[in-house]
Ligand binder design. Sequence first.
Ligand code: MLT
Length: 247
Amino acid sequence: MNIDIQLVPTAPNPNLLFDRAVVVIDILRATSVIIQAMSQGVSEIIPVTTVEDAFKMAKAFPPGFVLLGGESESKNIPGFDLGNSPREYVAERVKGKKLILTTTNGTKAFHRVSSGKEILAGSFFNIGALAQRCLESNRDLLIFPSGDEGNFSLEDTICGGMLIEWITKKGEKSISLTDASECARILYKKFVDNLIGAFYLSRHGKELISRGYEEDLAYCARIDAIPLVPIFRDGVIRIPLTPSASP
Ligand code: MLT
């Protein structure tokens, strides 16, 4: 099993993805929201790349059937039901609903890797279940940090490094790492006891603090809190009925 990580979120060559599992990571905050929302009973999530697409798609559903969630420039979007703080996604508000989600980086990332064999959503919340799922799929793996407006993201890469460390520790299999993966693992080991410190250091972490979302940093640093692995397939994110269901 070979594990690679893409340090800058440009669209990978589809020929490299067709038989690979892909893990999309956006710690602050898209994949944290996706995993939280699923744990609170959202039936499915449709990631879209623009606010306009989100409004257009919502019109295709009966009123009250779908929720609109997300952010633009880390600010709530007028006319949407929810923002992009995982703390907003609680059962009372979202249970049984479909969610149309648009964010700056995370929702675009799913579409960039859509030619992957199976596409999993990852964050610190589901790191244990995610590592197990990647081992069970027994496919070569590409970890895809969503980045920060096209740039390297510290927090996403550290989470990628943690996933590599947990897979390597869990797996009896022979695992080969690329230099990028080794680099991500080293970065994770530097912050292993101070994840939140990395969030305060990162450009996007600082932006969220300046926008009044400091509490989201601590919330998104929770490790192994939600043993769910959502899968993106045919434009929709769901929890597979049987955990090992894979194409
Ligand atoms: C993103 O997708 O870029 C993030 O989730 C943005 C945010 O939540 O501020």
